[in-house]
Design a protein around this ligand. Sequence first.
Ligand SMILES: C[S@@+](CC[C@H](N)C(=O)[O-])C[C@H]1O[C@@H](n2cnc3c(N)ncnc32)[C@H](O)[C@@H]1O
Length: 421
Amino acid sequence: MHPKALLDAATELVRRVLQLEHPADAVVSRFFREQRALGPRERATLAETAYAVLRRKPLFEHLARAGTGSRERRLAILGFHAPRDFLKQALTEPEKAWLDACDAVPPAELAPEYRHNLPAWLVAPLRAQVGDEFDALAAALLAPAPLDLRVNTLKEKRPAAQAELAQAAIKSVETPYSPWGLRIDGKPALQKLELFTRGAVEVQDEGSQLLALLLDARRGEMVADFCAGAGGKTLAIGATMRSTGRLYAFDVSAHRLDALKPRLARSGLSNVHPVAIAHERDERIKRLAGKLDRVLVDAPCSGLGTLRRNPDLKWRQSPKDVAELVVKQQAILQSAARLLKPGGRLVYATCSVLPDENEQVAEAFGAAHADFEPCTVAELLSGLKVPQAASLCAGDGRFLRLWPHRHGTDGFFAAVWQRKA
Ligand SMILES: C[S@@+](CC[C@H](N)C(=O)[O-])C[C@H]1O[C@@H](n2cnc3c(N)ncnc32)[C@H](O)[C@@H]1O
């Protein structure tokens, strides 16, 4: 495709994602379905351009105040994911001069909001938590996430999976904390690899792997993944149970649970029971009260720990949304806790970096449930042989607290309790 046509397509895609009405990944997928003639490299350029604009929206809008042409075209030029000489073939002379002027602005001279590119309401709670590391955190949140795989240990050992990837010229390293993880160099297409189609690997951030590990579900147990979604963590938990016992995958979204089915078929697991529920107090849940050994609540949350993959969330979430989510998180945690038998383990997790959705929900639950004993996550992770377990935790080791700039994962939180006997 000629650079001019590709820039026009990028401008249209930028216009659509900036409406912020739907998740950016859904908008991009829809655009590609409409534009069937686009090849894989063009699709990559367009998607990366849209994501670059979402990542650095304040900076690009600031730079786009000068220049000519539509706002979306200027933003698409600034984010265009291709070598400058390719891009310049699409530009007018005034646009080239404006772009050169933008490129010449020294980053150190930019106001802080154009360097961190975060909404004002998010800056204070992040600074309050990480202090001097704020710039490092902001920079990490602006970078694309690495591609992590979880090796399905029912089917393959990690070194063998790594060797098979190497045969396909895909370099990987072992993830530092998860015993199942491989971090891939670049973004190679994996879907057609035999390793993937036979269910020996799944794409999953190392942080998500650690949440499944923390549940520590064993052979023959009765377990629930209460907010299973498309089942990323369900699959990891099912493998730790060696495909024995019973693992319920609950979710209010039947559509998301449908996406679990092909993954389940590849995984070789036969212990997973997906169940679409109407809400967290559904009768099907009540019938299981007091019967389960382990429950994971991977709660619906703002997702603000995943800005590396979902940069649109920082513009699509608001303090009001967070307050509404907290109410939902508390209700789900409370209902899910009823499932546990005495001695059973409850894990509450989010991919948010906000204390409101994390420590505060956990503390409120603890205060209202004297029959649940808080566990020290650092000790649990050490027991599970996770290296440097204490460095992954906060609150004197009480909570798991993963940060992109410290741990190379998405931002994750987890609290754990044991139901008293
Ligand atoms: C963070 S996502 C889960 C991601 C999933 N565990 C994974 O690893 O891929 C949260 C999920 O909670 C579900 N959810 C929202 N409200 C719920 C409720 N009241 N009960 C159960 N699930 C709920 C959403 O549909 C969504 O799939």
